[in-house]
Design a protein around this ligand. Structure first.
Ligand code: HBI
Ligand code: FE
Length: 281
């Protein structure tokens, strides 16, 4: 289904014609085949085996609130009931990536957009566009963590402001590095909480154990200028000590966004002045 929607790349897989003006659509559980549920279970079981050693405690705690995730593609309305009770967040089904302004508006209202389709069996290990496994398995568990839930709403609120001053790029970097590929230092060592990491078998191990990538202490000004690859393992990861650090950083964004918009980007994997390395124990 080829589609062309202003603000989106060409050729996205989802059925955008079926979406409402806010890009939401109704998830129809009857449309998932047994193969879809089997794909979900295979991906779930692969990742579940890695979580005790590699995933942040908050991710594991969030997932424990969703035991039905082990059974197959989840009913988003059922997940929303659990999330609303925890942090007031809910999920909305979307056809896939949606334009920035719609995306920010949903986050600002504590609604997380979740792609309704799942990848094909032959795409098990790598997929270009986020599917329901990336969005629901990767992003949802942390929405039950109060500080992270607050941060993501605040992030959404800043999106509208950033769009007005042409500073979406630094904001997208913040999302990429700290929502998709964030690491956290816990008593048990270095753990992953980012959705892009925890929805990928290879990156879950690489991000937390490989000697190859650069790992730096989270610093907002550094992250806002740090460019990234979208189709490879990350050469640089940023490490927080707690999720409140992310929420606290939001109050400096209005001041830093225009500066980061005009600053020279830091290439993926490069070192920069003032970097504080996080050393693997
Ligand atoms: N749309 N459905 C969906 N999911 C995302 O994660 C997403 C998006 N649109 C834009 C976007 N992310 C990024 O540009 C954010 O940095 C805003
Ligand atoms: Fe994502």
């Amino acid at each position: 289904m080829e589609t062309s929607v202003p603000g989106l790349p060409q050729g996205l897989r989802g059925d955008y014609a079926r979406a409402r003006p806010d890009f939401t659509l109704t998830q129809d559980m009857a449309t998932y085949t047994e193969a879809d549920h089997a794909t979900w279970r295979t991906l779930y079981e692969r990742q579940a085996a890695l979580l005790p050693r590699h995933a942040a405690a908050a991710f594991r705690e969030g997932l424990a609130r969703l035991p039905f995730f082990a059974e197959g593609v989840p009913d988003l309305a059922r997940v929303s009931r659990v999330l609303r009770a925890a942090t007031g967040w809910s999920l909305v089904a979307v056809p896939g990536l949606i334009p920035d302004d719609a995306f920010f508006a949903h986050l600002a209202a504590r609604r997380f957009p979740v792609t309704h389709w799942i990848r094909r069996p032959e795409e098990l290990d790598y997929i270009v566009e986020p599917d329901i496994f990336h969005d629901a398995f990767g992003h949802v568990p942390l929405l039950a963590q109060p500080d992270f839930a607050d941060f993501l709403e605040a992030y959404g609120r800043l999106g509208e402001q950033a769009a007005r001053i042409g500073a979406l790029k630094p904001l997208a970097r913040l999302y990429w590095h700290m929502v998709e590929f964030g690491l956290i230092r816990e008593s048990g060592g270095l753990r992953a909480y980012g959705a892009g990491i925890l929805s990928s078998r290879t990156e879950t191990v690489y991000a937390t154990e490989s000697e190859k990538p650069r790992r730096l202490r989270f610093a907002l000004w550094r992250v806002l200028r740090s460019d990234y690859f979208i189709d490879d393992l990350q050469p640089t990861y940023f490490v927080i000590s707690d999720y409140a650090e992310l929420f606290a950083a939001m109050e400096r964004l209005p001041e830093l966004l225009p500066l980061a918009r005009d600053a020279a980007p830091i290439p993926p994997g490069a070192a920069a002045e003032g970097d504080i390395p996080h050393r693997l124990a």
